[in-house]
Design a protein around this ligand. Structure first.
Ligand code: PLP
Length: 298
């Protein structure tokens, strides 16, 4: 099926009633569904409270990258949000089914959504949605980034865990509002800073900073999401003997760097060309190499 206005293939939807164990009515663990038909109850707690967790997985030339780490992170988010434990094997099979059903495209974005479910049932709602990725080519060539205050300290995980720092919750309205503020400032994306003055992450990405042969990212203990992309990249860099570290950094550490990127599973490695008004060096050759690693093709 193709949409009428363009040649872009239609998205694929897989509902996963077995996401937290076999359904009590003995029905299927997962089932293909019509992505254009209404599927979500108005009393699902994700609709009424934004209560749920999710993952976004990149699929490049038909190969899904880091499915295991994404599903482990989904389980971590579910645990921290006190949601039922997701059945990673069932969800992995449902992801495979969604990818197999979608026509072959170079870049596919697969979302795994797990909500607290319909009020009063205690059963999570889960679905997989696969669609052609947005065109991130301009983003991968260099982005302007605005520094914005996140309003939280790097001690938030200890002082206020109920704010769910580092949890990929479905309450991303604040992250999207920050991105709109960046646009108002003439930037493409955001780098959050903590109230105690440290750089954190983007609203949907992890910070990577290069000083010479040393690569640094923000420690997860500072309240950022544990990124799957930065982990993949660090694994490759470490195998080459390059030094990688989790390190609290201030904005001056970023503006003095030899290269800075925002990393994520679908946009891959976006080099920061400007942090507010300060120009930063961009290395497109290194960026292209990171892109291959993050596509699972290195
Ligand atoms: N930080 C936040 C807040 C995110 O939402 C994301 C991804 O969406 C990331 C970091 C990057 O994570 P990953 O590399 O696993 O895509």
């Amino acid at each position: 099926m193709t949409s009428s206005s363009t040649d872009t293939p239609a998205p694929v939807l897989v509902l996963v009633p077995g996401a937290a164990g076999a359904p009590t009515d003995g029905g299927d663990l997962f089932v293909l569904a019509d992505p254009d038909a209404p599927q979500l109850s108005v009393t699902d707690l994700v609709a009424t409270r934004g209560d749920g967790v999710f993952e976004t997985i990149g699929v490049f030339d038909g190969k899904a990258v880091n499915v295991g780490p994404h599903l482990e992170r989904l389980a971590r988010s579910a645990s921290l949000a006190e949601l039922p434990e997701p059945d990673q094997q069932t969800i992995a099979q449902a992801i495979d089914a969604a990818i197999a059903e979608h026509p072959a495209v170079p870049e596919l974005t697969v979302r795994v959504m797990l909500t607290r479910g319909i009020e009063g049932t205690g059963t999570p709602t889960c679905w997989i949605h696969a669609r052609v990725s947005d065109d991130w080519t301009p983003y991968r060539a260099g982005i302007r980034v605005a520094v914005l205050d996140r309003g939280l300290s790097t001690t938030v995980t200890e002082t206020s865990p109920w704010l769910l720092p580092g949890v990929k919750t479905l309450s991303y309205a604040v992250n999207m509002a920050a991105t709109r503020e960046a646009r108002r400032r003439g930037a493409d994306d955001v780098l959050f800073v903590s109230t105690d003055g440290y750089v954190l992450e983007g609203p949907t990405s992890t910070l990577l900073v290069r000083h010479g042969d040393t690569y640094s990212t923000t420690p997860v203990s500072a309240g950022v999401l544990p990124g799957t992309s930065v982990t993949s990249l660090f694994d490759v860099l470490q195998r080459e003997g390059t030094q990688t570290r989790e390190q609290l950094m201030v904005p001056a550490d970023v503006t003095s760097a030899d290269g800075v990127w925002l990393l994520s599973s679908t946009r891959l490695a976006a080099p920061i060309s400007h942090l507010d008004d300060q120009q930063l060096p961009v290395d497109l050759e290194l960026t292209a190499r990171f892109e291959q690693v993050l596509k699972g093709q290195a």
